[in-house]
Design a protein around this ligand. Structure first.
Ligand SMILES: [Zn+2]
Length: 136
């Protein structure tokens, strides 16, 4: 199946480009990306937009040697789980790594806007966030 990247990019644009998630004031839960229903209480009445900070910390990481389709030219690369504020965890590529010995749990990172991949039937370039160590 060929992914319709134009539609997917359009649908995810605000979350992907602005670290936009949600906050349910009924049960005080934050979630990412933004959803119409709270992920805990399933209410749709007290949901507000929440912009997560671009700084976070590395939780876990791995080195990718055999890249999936669209990422072949980036191989090898690093992929990890990043914890943002309010305990929200996202998985993303880790960029600007010249020495992997710095990669360890708790490493401060910032989310940076980069080209993610190019592909789909239209050759669409998809942009979004990657994690970059702070002070490298
Ligand atoms: Zn809720």
């Amino acid at each position: 199946m060929v992914r319709d990247l134009i539609a997917e990019n359009w649908r995810l644009e605000r979350s992907r480009y602005a670290l936009l998630g949600g906050h349910c004031t009924s049960c005080n839960v934050h979630f990412f990306p933004m959803k119409k229903l709270c992920t805990k209480c399933h209410s749709d009445e007290n949901i507000s937009e929440f912009h997560f900070k671009s700084e976070g910390k590395l939780v876990e990481w791995t080195r990718i040697l055999e890249a999936s389709t669209g990422f072949e030219l980036q191989s090898p690369y690093y992929y990890g789980i990043i914890e943002l504020d309010h305990g929200i965890r996202v998985s993303t590529q880790i960029t600007s790594i010249t020495d992997e010995s710095i990669l360890e749990p708790g490493l401060p990172v910032k989310m940076v806007f980069r080209k993610l991949f190019e592909g789909g039937k239209e050759g669409v370039i998809t942009y979004g966030f990657k994690a970059e160590p702070i002070n490298t």
